[in-house]
Design a protein. Structure first.
Ligand code: NAD
Ligand code: G3P
Length: 351
């Protein structure tokens, strides 16, 4: 479907992994898109093959998608001098959380328009959410927001229906992202709850590791439903303690993404859990994945954050103990089942 010429925008996607590539393919149905990646050889291969054969093979690039390894060119693509309101380009940061800070530093001082990030997690070293990293680096220089929700790259690249949420405190940024991304098979909802949206997107990855592990151990569908539900309770406890709205955790970026990632075998985080159940070492699992699994660093960051805040997160602690302390899945299951009974609904920070 070609967008009406008047509505075409210039979009740059910074980061050429699976998700950046899928989003670039999806928006190139209606806009002029430049996909930037830091590896010059990989980008040259992509330009020749018109396919991201390493991170998202089998999804040919549409004609309006170009690729580059030249950062200046990528940023200049969205800088149109004198662009009228409603015609600005959009920068989409598609790195993992670990790459967000260095990427934003590279953008500092450049006259860029709106920016959204796609990563889901807490920064490992600082425990910060992406919007806090954004403010740390760029302050109020430009408007920013998180685009999140249940979305496997392969399905989006295939053009299957998908619903996302753009979270930002800037109404203009939200409107820009809806104007660019909403349409065809993509629905984009808006929210001003950055904390809620980002906590949901981050902690669901930890719960997907837990659920993958339980499924891999053959603990059954009852256990899976219990894990997802108690996982949602945990996400909500942490998120509301940090200032997120409780309703956000019942929405696309909370319950929606939690269900998808815990149950869908396309999930890399779920596959980490399946690997743990097989007795594989974490290094082996991560090497075999060949993609980022944000739930791994996130489990550690969230364990520390929750301990600091006094928020009860037994599933997160359990996942972190398997990943980092050598606790075996069977021992963890026994430990979880032996926990004292309690009220199903707990106040945010109570234990
Ligand atoms: N894959 C999905 O289905 C999906 C969906 C929604 C959100 N996400 C989120 O999007 C983020 C990226 O995931 P992905 O699937 O693209 O990961 P991926 O492992 O497929 O690719 C990661 C890409 O980021 C690049 N990268 C890493 N650090 C970088 C840096 N400092 N500067 C530039 N590039 C850097 C790598 O070279 C690679 O191209 C993650 O936070 C993930 O949780 C992924
Ligand atoms: O493959 P995962 O586990 O990183 O999940 C991908 C997306 O976040 C799902 O919305």
């Amino acid at each position: 479907m070609q967008e009406n010429q008047a509505n075409r925008r210039r979009i740059t996607v910074l980061g050429a992994g699976a998700w950046g590539t899928a989003v670039a393919i999806a928006v190139a149905a209606r806009h002029d898109v430049l996909l930037w990646g830091r590896n010059a050889d990989a980008m040259a291969d992509m330009a020749a093959a018109r396919d991201n054969t390493h991170y998202l093979p089998g999804f040919p690039f549409p004609p309006a998608l170009r690729v580059t390894a030249d950062f200046d060119e990528a940023v200049a693509h969205v800088q149109r001098d004198g662009a009228a309101d409603g015609e600005e380009g959009l920068l989409i940061a598609a790195t993992p959380v670990a790459g967000l800070r260095p990427l934003l530093h590279s953008l500092k001082g450049r006259p860029i328009p709106n920016l959204v990030w796609l990563c889901k997690g807490f920064e490992y070293e600082t425990g910060l959410l992406p919007h806090q990293i954004f403010r740390d680096v760029l302050g109020d220089e430009i408007a920013g927001g998180a685009l999140s929700g249940p979305s496997f790259a392969q399905e989006v690249a295939r053009g299957l229906p998908c619903a996302l949420t753009i979270a930002s405190t800037s109404a203009a940024l939200r409107d820009c992202v809806v104007a660019v991304v909403h349409g065809g098979t993509m629905r984009v909802y808006s929210s001003d709850d950055l904390i809620g949206v980002e906590v949901g997107g981050a902690v669901k990855n930890v719960m997907a590791i837990a659920t993958g592990c339980a499924d891999g151990m053959g603990l059954g569908l009852n256990a899976r439903a219990a894990l997802i539900t108690r996982g949602l309770a945990e996400v909500t406890r942490l998120g509301t303690t940090l200032g997120g709205n409780i309703e956000t955790f019942m929405g696309l970026t909370g319950m929606g993404d939690l269900i998808l990632t815990c149950t869908g075998d396309l999930s890399r985080n779920r596959r980490v859990g399946l690997g743990l159940a097989q007795g594989k070492a974490l290094d082996t699992i991560v090497a075999e994945l060949g993609h980022v699994a944000e739930g791994v660093p996130c489990a550690k960051a969230v364990r520390e954050l929750a301990a600091r805040l006094g928020v009860d997160m037994p599933l997160t602690n359990g996942v972190a103990s398997m990943l980092f302390d050598g606790v075996k899945p069977e021992a963890l299951v026994a430990r979880m089942l032996a926990r004292d009974p309690r009220d199903e609904t707990l106040a945010p920070a109570s234990k």
